[in-house]
Design a protein around this ligand. Structure first.
Ligand SMILES: [Mn+2]
Length: 291
């Protein structure tokens, strides 16, 4: 059996099929891990969803920020981007089935045997591995619960805006009262699906203008993974950061190599000691943007 992690597909089904041919993927024996953001921007989001769903338990797919936006919209808390981007879902005859499928996507996957963690964007530098897993499990429980998912998404501001003031208070959310716990979990949801840069002390920087801002109060900025203090032997696979491109230098392995922007779609074989990378080229489906 071979285990491959695949970077952000973004609806690029032809390129995903080319990649699987290039790695010699055998559905009868091999496994695929998708870092999330399998939908949007590319030519065939619905086809990509169907392809991955039909892999059944041979694929593990994480929640990316694009799946999160889809899920929020389908739960009745959409924003203008949901309306403009998610027609492939809202007009699909099996939209109810996709709502259920999206609700089941985990925020984080840890395989102790492979000593590997996968998360879409990243984790907060203050979290231990157990902290991250605890939050991901609680979020999974909320998203699958009919009574909890609506209230959880009801405050979109807390999901899509900077809520770093909740970070410190959230290190042990089980001790917080319900309101704070909900905001802690919204914060965790936001971090795992959207984090890129942090200040040295761990304060998150969400907005893209900050990437080029010379404002002294925003500098110096560091990639989240440079501040994480997890055990050395643990490998962390993530996506989400197309603007930074492939990161294959250390144990933090960034696989978003900008497929929809004319870059590559990347897979890495996780169970092989050399961690070989396989890439296929992609046409430019959309103009580059940081998102
Ligand atoms: Mn993303």
């Amino acid at each position: 059996m071979a285990v491959y992690a695949v970077g952000d597909v973004h609806g690029s089904l032809p390129e995903l099929k080319s990649l699987l041919t290039a790695i010699g993927f055998r559905a009868s024996r091999d496994r695929l891990w998708f870092v999330g953001d399998v939908i949007n921007r590319g030519p065939d989001s619905l086809g990509t969803l169907r392809f991955i769903r039909d892999l059944g338990d041979r694929a593990i797919t994480l929640m990316g920020n694009h799946e999160a936006r889809a899920l929020m919209g389908l739960s009745g808390h959409g924003d203008p981007l949901f309306d403009s981007q998610m027609g492939f879902l809202t007009q699909a005859p099996d939209v109810e089935e996709w709502y259920t499928w999206l609700r089941g996507l985990p925020l984080l996957h840890h395989d102790p045997e492979l000593e590997t963690v996968m998360v879409h964007a990243g984790v907060h530098p203050d979290w231990t591995l157990e902290d991250a897993k605890q939050r991901a499990e609680k979020l999974h429980e909320i998203l699958e619960d009919d009574e909890q998912i609506g209230p959880f998404f009801s405050d979109a501001e807390k999901i899509f805006s900077a809520v770093e003031e909740d970070a410190t208070a959230c290190l042990n959310f089980s001790n917080a009262d319900l309101k704070n716990a909900t905001n802690c979990l919204r914060f965790a949801f936001s971090v795992m699906t959207r984090i890129r840069l942090c200040e040295e002390k761990g304060r998150l920087v969400w907005s893209n203008p900050a990437l080029t801002s010379a404002k002294s109060d925003l500098l110096p900025l560091r990639p989240w993974y440079e501040l994480v203090k997890w055990p050395e032997g643990l490998q962390v696979v993530y996506g989400h950061w197309a603007a930074a491109g492939l990161n294959a230098k250390g144990r933090f392995l960034g696989l978003d190599s900008g497929c929809v922007y004319g870059g590559q779609l990347t897979a890495v074989r996780l169970d092989h000691p050399g961690k070989p990378l396989i890439q296929v080229p992609c046409p430019c489906y959309v103009a580059p943007e940081a998102g």
